[in-house]
Ligand binder design. Structure first.
Ligand code: FMN
Length: 165
């Protein structure tokens, strides 16, 4: 898989951490989307990493308008490799695009404005639910206490794909 650079968008740091780990593992240069706009030629083949917000990959359209996305990594709350169908559907992804999901985490202390408000509302909604499922309880726990799940192992399939294995 020929990609010339890694480009990411991150709000609280998990996606940035994955992007830098991937750069360390592959030797590819890494840029935030804002920096990539200035540094990379139009249509450069890239791996794009973006965080999930209401099932949508943040700034995916912006990145796709500028670059040729060869691999997409969506960073969210679910364990790596889960919610692939949901991500494909919600983002209208073409079947030929290689997509991976990576577990990031939750760091509410770094959230501001509408993002902080949305998580507060989600917590309120889950708390108000009468028959909470174990998944609801797990989600509440993660949202309330926070968590950090970024690790190199989660990137193994992405690295293998980039190496053409
Ligand atoms: C407003 C908001 C909406 C979110 N929606 C989703 C979602 O739909 N699915 C999911 O898995 N994670 C969701 N998350 C969790 C983030 O994707 C997760 O915290 C991720 O690790 C953030 O990456 P970052 O640290 O690079 O910004 C949401 C977070 C916020 C703040």
């Amino acid at each position: 898989m020929k990609a010339k650079a890694i480009v990411y968008t991150s709000e609280t740091g998990h996606t940035a951490d994955y992007a830098h780990l991937l750069a360390k593992k592959t030797g590819l240069p890494v840029y935030s989307l804002a920096d990539a706009k200035k540094a990379l030629p139009h249509d450069t083949k890239i791996v794009y990493l973006g965080w999930l917000m209401a099932s949508r990959v943040k700034d995916l359209k912006k990145a796709a308008n500028l670059f040729d996305i060869k691999i997409l990594c969506a960073v969210g709350l679910a364990p790596s490799g889960f919610q692939l169908d949901e991500v494909r559907k919600a983002n209208n992804l073409p079947a030929e695009l290689l997509v991976f999901t990576l577990q990031g985490g939750m760091d509410r202390a770094k959230l501001r404005g509408v993002n902080a408000f949305a998580i507060k509302m989600l917590i309120r909604m889950l708390n108000a639910k009468v028959d909470k499922t174990p998944e609801d309880e797990g989600m509440l726990d993660l949202l309330n206490k926070g968590g950090y799940y970024v690790c190199e192992e989660n990137l193994t399939p992405v690295v293998q794909c980039l190496r053409g294995e």
